[in-house]
Design a protein around this ligand. Structure first.
Ligand code: ADP
Ligand code: ZN
Ligand code: ZN
Length: 755
C-alpha cells in the first residue's frame, strides 16, 4: 500500500465513449493508442508532473564550486526550499535552464523531485494584488524602505501601484504588468516571497463565446422540403447525404437541425474541412448559437484548447463544437447530431503523422456509438457517398436549386489550341479570358481565378541541354518563387539560389516552364491596369490573420481579382463575383491518381460555385487544350449524372473504392537496396495469404523524399476477403519485417483507405 500523494483529476478528462471511439480508430486504421492520444489530448492535459529542484546541504565551500548563474539559483533555492524548473527559468529570464540544473545535479548541490502538476491551472491566470499588510500608504512607504537595495523590485511595485490607480483592493492580471517589461517577472515573484504582493490563480475564459444576435431566417420551399426529407432519413436511422448545389443554402438547414438537437439537450459536432477557411461560416453560426458554440482550432494555444476541452466535458456552457477533423477526438458524452460539411473534401483524411483516419467515415462510427444522427453535405458528393446513396445505404436528399433569385453560373470552355494558333493569347491568358476579366471589373463586379499550383514557375529548363534544377533531397524539380527569388522544394523546403547559368553545361539560356499563382498575379497586374489583384495560397496565408485580411480586402473591394489555389474553392460566399476563371484544367486532369477525375470535377464545380451567388448570374471560363475531354464536356453540359456513372463504372472495372478497400504500405529507408529488399520481402509474405490482391512493390512518382527512398505496396481488399483478418495480417507482417536484421531500420507506414 502507498499513500495517495495527490488527486490529479476530480473527474476523468476522457469519456468512456471517447475511449471506445479511439479504440475503434486504432483497430480500423491500424495505428497505436499512443498515436491517438498524441493527436487528441492538448499537451497541457498530458503533463502529469513537473520537475522540482531542491537544495542539498552541500557543506562549507559550496559557493566555490558554483558559477555565477548557479549561485543565483542556489540562493533562491535556499530561500524557497524548492523551485519548479519553469520558475528558475523565469528568475534567470532564460528559455531553458535544464543544462544549468544538470550541471548543479552533477556537483551534488541540488536534487530533483517530481511533483504532480495542477492540470486545472490551465483554466486560470495569475492575478496580482497588494498583500493585506501593505494596503495603506504608510505601509507602502515601509515597503519601499525594505526594497532600498532592490531597484528592480521597486520598479515592479511602482508599476503595480500605477496599474491599480489608487484602488488598493483591486487585482490585476500579472500579464498586464509584465507585458511592457517582462524582466519584472522575477521581481514580482520576489515581492510575493517578501509578503508584499499576493498572487492568486483565478479562472478565466481564454476563448470566450459570442453573444447570440442572429434572427432565424425563413426557409424557402425547397429548403423546407430538404429539411423534411433529412428528418425522414434520420427517423430511419440512416446516414443522410444532402446533395445541395453551391449557394442552395445548406447552412440554414444545418442551423435548424442543430437547434432542434440542442433543444433536446444533446451535443452537436459540426465538421468542416479546414477551419482556417471558415470565418464566414462560424460568424453565421455564432450569431445563432452564441456561447453554446466553440470553434476548435489547431492554431489555438495549448491552454486554449485545454479550456475548450474542459468546457465540453463539464457540459454546462458548450454544446456545439465546430472544427476540422481533430475536433471529433474531443470528449463528447452525449452527441445527438454530427454534420460533415463538404464531405467530399480530401482534407478529411489525415495523411501524416498517424493516426491516418478519414474523419467523414469515422464520424459515422462516432455517431453510431452515441446513437446520434449523421448528415453529410456537399455540392459535389464523393463517389463513395454517392454510391452508398444509390444503393440506399445512405438516405439521399437532393437540393438542386440555388437560394432566392440566384441561378447556377454559365460554364464555357476556352480552347487554348485555337487561341495559340490564332495568336490570341498573352502569357497564360487567352484574349477571351482577359476580355471577360476586364468587362467584369469595369462593370463593378469581381473575379476569382483558380490555379492549382503555387509559386511562380514550377520548372526551369536549360534550352541547350535540358538540365533542370532538382531538389538534392527529393526526386522533384524545384519551384521558382519570384517574390523571395529562390528555387524551393515543396516537399522538404530545400532552397537554392537561382543559378545565372545552367549548372550542367554552363549555357545562360534558362527558360521558365509552367506557371503558379504568383505568376498569374504578376502577369495580370501588368496586362490589366484596372485589376487590383490579391493572392490566396499557402504562401500568402501563413500569418495568423493573413487569411482573414485577404477575405476582408476582397469583401470590401480593395482587391477586385482574387488569384488562388484550392483555397479559393472552399465555401466562400461573396456578393459580387461575376466571373470565375480556371487557368488550366489540363494539369488537374492528368494527375496520376485514380481519384484525379473526381477531384478535378469537385474542384472545378466548387470554384465555379463562387460565381453569381446573388441576383446577377455569374460566368465561368475554363481554359484547356482538351476541349473534347468527356469530363469537361460533362461540366459544361451540367451532366453530373454522367460523371458519377462513368466514374463508378471505371472504379468497378479497374477495382478501386467503393468496389474494394485499399491499404497502402510504404517502406522507406535511406538506402535504395534496403528499401527494395524489404518491400519485396513484405509483398512476398503478404502474397502467401492474399495472392493477387497484393500489387507492387513499386516506386511512387516521387521515389525519394527528404533523402529517403520509398516503395509502395498496394493491397486491394475485395468483398471476398475478411477485412478485419486481412488488415491484422498486414499489420503483423509489417511488424515482423523488423525482425529481419537487414530491415531493422526500415520504416513501414500503413495507410488504410488512402487518399
Ligand atoms: P451553400 O453552403 O449551400 O453553398 P449558403 O448556405 O452559403 O449556401 O447560402 C447561400 C446564400 O444564401 C447565403 O448568403 C445565405 O445567407 C443565403 N440564404 C440561404 N438560405 C436563406 C434563407 N432561408 N433566407 C435568407 N437567405 C438565405
Ligand atoms: Zn544546360
Ligand atoms: Zn526536397
Amino acid at each position: 500500500a502507498k499513500y495517495i500523494e495527490a488527486v490529479i483529476d476530480e473527474y476523468p478528462v476522457v469519456t468512456d465513449l471517447q475511449l471506445k471511439f479511439w479504440d475503434w480508430i486504432c483497430d480500423y486504421y491500424l495505428c497505436y493508442a499512443g498515436e491517438l492520444l498524441l493527436a487528441s489530448l492538448p499537451a497541457s492535459l498530458r503533463l502529469a508532473s513537473e520537475t522540482i529542484v531542491v537544495p542539498i546541504d552541500a557543506g562549507i565551500g559550496v559557493y566555490d564550486k558554483l558559477t555565477d548563474a548557479e549561485r543565483v539559483v542556489f540562493d533562491a533555492l535556499i530561500e524557497n526550499n524548492r523551485m519548479a524548473l519553469a520558475d528558475i527559468a523565469d528568475l534567470l529570464q532564460r528559455k531553458s535552464v535544464y543544462p544549468l540544473v544538470k550541471s548543479m545535479l552533477e556537483k551534488q548541490v541540488v536534487g530533483i523531485e517530481e511533483e504532480v502538476h495542477d492540470r486545472y491551472k490551465v483554466l486560470t491566470k495569475p492575478f496580482v494584488s497588494l498583500a493585506e499588510n501593505f494596503k495603506s500608504d504608510a505601509q507602502l512607504n515601509e515597503a519601499f524602505d525594505l526594497l532600498k537595495r532592490a531597484p528592480k523590485q521597486q520598479d515592479a511595485l511602482m508599476k503595480v501601484l500605477q496599474l491599480l490607480g489608487g484602488n488598493h483592493q483591486a487585482k490585476i492580471p500579472k500579464s498586464t504588468i509584465i507585458s511592457a517589461d517582462d524582466s519584472l517577472n522575477a521581481a514580482i515573484s520576489s515581492l510575493q516571497k517578501r509578503g508584499i504582493l499576493n498572487i492568486e490563480y483565478i479562472p478565466v475564459d481564454r476563448v470566450k463565446g459570442n453573444e447570440a444576435d442572429g434572427k432565424v431566417l425563413n426557409l424557402s420551399v425547397a429548403q423546407n422540403g430538404a429539411l423534411e426529407s433529412i428528418k425522414e432519413g434520420f427517423e430511419q436511422d440512416k446516414v443522410t447525404l444532402l446533395h445541395g448545389v453551391t449557394g442552395s443554402g445548406k447552412t440554414e438547414i444545418y442551423i435548424r437541425l442543430i437547434e432542434e438537437t440542442l433543444k433536446k439537450g444533446k451535443q452537436v459536432l459540426y465538421l468542416v474541412p479546414e477551419i482556417a477557411l471558415t470565418g464566414q461560416l462560424t460568424g453565421r453560426l455564432e450569431a445563432y448559437f452564441g456561447k453554446q458554440l466553440r470553434v476548435y482550432h489547431s492554431k489555438f494555444s495549448n491552454n486554449e484548447r485545454a479550456e475548450i476541452w474542459y468546457k465540453l466535458l463539464d457540459g454546462t456552457e458548450v454544446k456545439l463544437v465546430v472544427g476540422a477533423r481533430s475536433a471529433m477526438l474531443m470528449p463528447f458524452s452525449n452527441l445527438g447530431l454530427v454534420i460533415v460539411d463538404e464531405e467530399h473534401d480530401g482534407s478529411y483524411k489525415q495523411q501524416n503523422p498517424a493516426p491516418r483516419y478519414q474523419a467523414r467515415d469515422s464520424a459515422i462510427m462516432l455517431a453510431k456509438m452515441h446513437n446520434a444522427k449523421v448528415l453529410l453535405g456537399s455540392a459535389t458528393p464523393a463517389i463513395e457517398s454517392y454510391f452508398n446513396a444509390k444503393k440506399s445505404k445512405f438516405h439521399y436528399v437532393p437540393l438542386l436549386e440555388r437560394f432566392g433569385k440566384a441561378v447556377l453560373p454559365n460554364i464555357e470552355l476556352v480552347d487554348l489550341k485555337k487561341a495559340t494558333r490564332d495568336q490570341q493569347i498573352q502569357g497564360e491568358f487567352s484574349d477571351r479570358l482577359l476580355d471577360a476579366i476586364s468587362d467584369t471589373i469595369n462593370g463593378g463586379e469581381q473575379v476569382i481565378l483558380f490555379q492549382n499550383r503555387r509559386g511562380f514557375s514550377p520548372r526551369w529548363l536549360c534550352t541547350t541541354c535540358g538540365w533542370c534544377p532538382e531538389c538534392k533531397n527529393c526526386d522533384i524539380t524545384l519551384t521558382y518563387h519570384k517574390y523571395k527569388h529562390n528555387l524551393r522544394c515543396h516537399y522538404c523546403g530545400y532552397l537554392l539560389n537561382p543559378p545565372p547559368k545552367c549548372l550542367a553545361c554552363g549555357s545562360p539560356s534558362l527558360k521558365m516552364i509552367g506557371f503558379g499563382t504568383e505568376k498569374i498575379e504578376e502577369d495580370l497586374s501588368m496586362l490589366l491596369k484596372d485589376a487590383r489583384v490579391g493572392r490566396m495560397d499557402y504562401d500568402s496565408t501563413r500569418g495568423k490573420n493573413a487569411y482573414q485580411q485577404i477575405i476582408h480586402d476582397f469583401e470590401t473591394n480593395k482587391i477586385n481579382v482574387l488569384v488562388g489555389t484550392q483555397m479559393v474553392t472552399k465555401g466562400l460566399d461573396f456578393d459580387r463575383v461575376g466571373l470565375v476563371g480556371i487557368l488550366s484544367a489540363d494539369q488537374m486532369l492528368s494527375f496520376p491518381d485514380f481519384r484525379s477525375n473526381e477531384r478535378s470535377y469537385q474542384l472545378m464545380m466548387q470554384v465555379a460555385g463562387r460565381a453569381g451567388r446573388r441576383e446577377k448570374p455569374g460566368k465561368v471560363l475554363i481554359q484547356t487544350y482538351n476541349t473534347e475531354h468527356w469530363l469537361l464536356q460533362a461540366i459544361v453540359n451540367g451532366n453530373q449524372d454522367l460523371v458519377y456513372q462513368k466514374e463508378t463504372q471505371d472504379r468497378r472495372e479497374f477495382l478501386y473504392p467503393p468496389y474494394c478497400r485499399i491499404v497502402n504500405i510504404t517502406a522507406s529507408h535511406i538506402d535504395k537496396h534496403t528499401v527494395e529488399g524489404a518491400a519485396k520481402e513484405l509483398a512476398k509474405q503478404l502474397r502467401v495469404f492474399l495472392g493477387a490482391r497484393v500489387l507492387g512493390p513499386e516506386y511512387p512518382p516521387i521515389a525519394r523524399v527528404r533523402n529517403k527512398y520509398r516503395m509502395e505496396i498496394l493491397v486491394k481488399l475485395d468483398g471476398k476477403v475478411d477485412l478485419v483478418k486481412a488488415k491484422a495480417l498486414i499489420q503483423s507482417k509489417s511488424e515482423e519485417l523488423k525482425l529481419i536484421k537487414a530491415f531493422k531500420s526500415v520504416r513501414v507506414i500503413l495507410d488504410v483507405d488512402p487518399y
